[in-house]
Design a protein around this ligand. Structure first.
Ligand SMILES: [Zn+2]
Length: 225
């Protein structure tokens, strides 16, 4: 397996998708999960991607992308909502650890998106800090509604795109990295049943969605559900 020491954004993306293909096809290699790798990475980490995903228990990052120790710098919150701690963690992965790729990973049947839709359509908003999650997902659901999107999967994809936009709008580190060609920020939409991830947003990768391995055309153009 290729060394992931100093990948370009496009190479990092290909590496990530290759692992997802192995997982989807039922032929995972479980790389970098042995004692040798553990010893190698103990003094120093050099992950090739920041993975910012939903906390959903079915979205286990190293499993669905068939990676191991020291490969992914993982940040996860319910509904991949972001605040200062999340932005700081992602910026750390890029500016200190040198990750060339930031992935926003959303998925179908996302409970955070469903709870937000329910709060908007039926009310009331949930209590406690869950309310904060719903409030942070709300702009995406409203944007989807304004764009005429009503299928649950389309709303999820809109939330992924909005999260990618938020990252590059709020973080100067990410915006400058993308502008310089050092970093790409992409959005992937994961399907729980198939285990596959599809490209729905791209800042700085320049890969046509249809050519991106397991990725396909944005779902907005696709039929069915
Ligand atoms: Zn979710």
């Amino acid at each position: 397996m290729k060394d992931t020491g100093a990948l370009t954004p496009a190479e990092a993306f290909e590496t990530l998708l290759a692992g997802n293909e192995r997982f989807v096809n039922g032929h995972p290699q479980h790389p970098n999960q042995n004692a040798v790798r553990r010893a190698e990475t103990a003094p120093l980490q050099n992950p090739f991607a920041v993975l910012f995903g939903c906390s959903d228990s079915r979205l286990a990052a190293e499993i669905i992308f068939d990676r191991g120790l020291g490969d992914l710098f993982v940040v996860r919150t319910a509904g991949h909502v972001l605040g200062p701690e999340v932005l700081g963690s992602i910026e750390y992965g890029v500016s200190v650890l040198g990750c060339p790729l930031v992935v926003v990973l959303g998925h179908d049947s996302c409970g955070a998106v469903a709870a937000t839709r329910a709060a908007l359509e039926e009310g009331p908003a949930p209590g406690g800090y869950v309310r904060d999650i719903v409030e942070r997902v709300t702009p995406s659901v409203l944007a989807a509604r304004a764009a005429g999107l009503s299928r649950p999967d389309d709303i999820v994809d809109e939330h992924i795109r909005n999260t990618v936009d938020l990252l590059t709008d709020r973080s100067r580190v990410l915006a400058e990295g993308v502008a310089a060609g050092r970093v790409a920020v992409v959005g992937l939409s994961y399907r729980l049943a198939e285990g596959s991830a599809r490209l729905v947003a791209d800042r700085g990768l320049g890969v046509p969605a249809a050519a991106a391995g397991a990725a396909q055309e944005p779902v907005r153009a696709a039929g069915g559900d």
